[in-house]
Design a protein around this ligand. Structure first.
Ligand code: PEP
Ligand code: MN
Length: 300
């Protein structure tokens, strides 16, 4: 029986000829085509750690958290100015004001900033303020949005749809690539599975990291915050992600001092500054160990 629309990994060269390894033999083996955001490189052996608040809530909160990311050795700042919320009655983000705050925090710390665009009409303004544009899980299959983001001339962080197969995810990336933009970083952020919401927010699919490596040359990072939804799981998920060979992490943080009455958004998955420092320390020492190993083996 033939089923309409059913695709498998064998169909990837047809679905995404611009991004599939098979159709781009110059990116053979496990070669990762590095993506630059300012001076930060994804896929060059240095794991990129992006951190910041779930949502930009105020100038003071964002400035303070950006300072913490910088002082902890993080590479980039995150923060939502336009938030895709389950309820329309919940905090939706500060919008343009949030973008301006992010830009100021980025300029002050020198950390490039990534922020989400949820509306095709806002791509230009987000591209004006951000160094990297995030397409969120809920928007992964918004094809007109992907096309517009592909034309914006900025690197893109493409999160995996929460129920998306690898083929659907890479197909979404191909929409961006089709506009001439190969500066795409993939982000695994947890999928809906049988244990969904029983003990964690989503199921962190680390298996997808080696699968992505096999199928495409795009770098891939992991979001341990949305994948678990539980503060105490974020460090373990981060370490696991590195063991599976990810190119970096994007993590939500909070600080009692600035989020006095807790963050408005995703408070139960935010980690505190000491936990961020531990994760970055783990990432950096692992990077050094791998570099040493490569030298001993004569690879570097
Ligand atoms: C986010 O990173 O702010 C976010 C909403 O994540 P996701 O799209 O993965 O749910
Ligand atoms: Mn969040």
């Amino acid at each position: 029986m033939k089923i309409a629309g059913k695709v498998t990994i064998d169909d990837l060269p047809r679905i995404c000829p611009l991004l599939s390894r098979k159709t781009n033999p110059r990116y053979g083996g496990d070669y990762v085509r590095a993506v630059a955001v300012g001076e930060v490189w994804f896929g060059k052996g240095h794991p990129v750690v992006i951190a910041g608040p779930c949502a930009v809530e105020s100038y003071e909160q964002t400035m303070e958290l950006a300072g913490i990311v910088k002082a902890s050795g993080g590479d980039m700042l995150r923060g939502g100015a336009f938030k895709p919320r389950t309820s329309p009655h919940e905090f939706q983000g500060l919008g343009l004001e949030g973008l301006k705050i992010l830009r100021a925090a980025s300029d002050k710390t020198g950390l490039p900033v990534v922020t989400e665009v949820i509306d095709v009409r806002l791509v230009d303004v987000v591209a004006e303020y951000a160094d990297m544009i995030q397409v969120g899980s809920r928007s992964m299959q918004n094809y007109p949005l992907l096309t517009e983001v592909g034309r914006a001339g900025k690197p893109v962080l493409l999160k995996r749809g929460m129920a998306a197969s690898l083929c659907e995810w890479l197909g979404a990336a191909e929409y961006i690539a089709k506009e001439g933009n190969l500066e795409i970083v993939l982000c695994e952020r947890g999928i809906k599975g049988p244990t969904f919401a029983e003990y964690s927010r989503y199921c962190l699919d680390l298996n997808v990291i080696p699968a992505v490596r096999e199928q495409t040359f795009l770098p891939i990072i992991v979001d341990p915050s949305h994948a678990t939804g539980v503060t105490s799981m974020v460090e373990m998920a981060s370490r696991g992600a590195f063991e599976f060979g990810c190119d970096g992490l994007i993590i939500e943080i909070a600080n009692d001092r600035v989020d006095a009455s807790r963050p408005k958004c995703d408070a139960d998955q935010a980690i505190d500054p000491p936990a961020l420092r531990r994760i970055i320390h783990f990432a950096r020492s692992r990077e050094e160990r791998l570099a040493e190993k490569a030298t001993v083996a004569g690879w570097a």
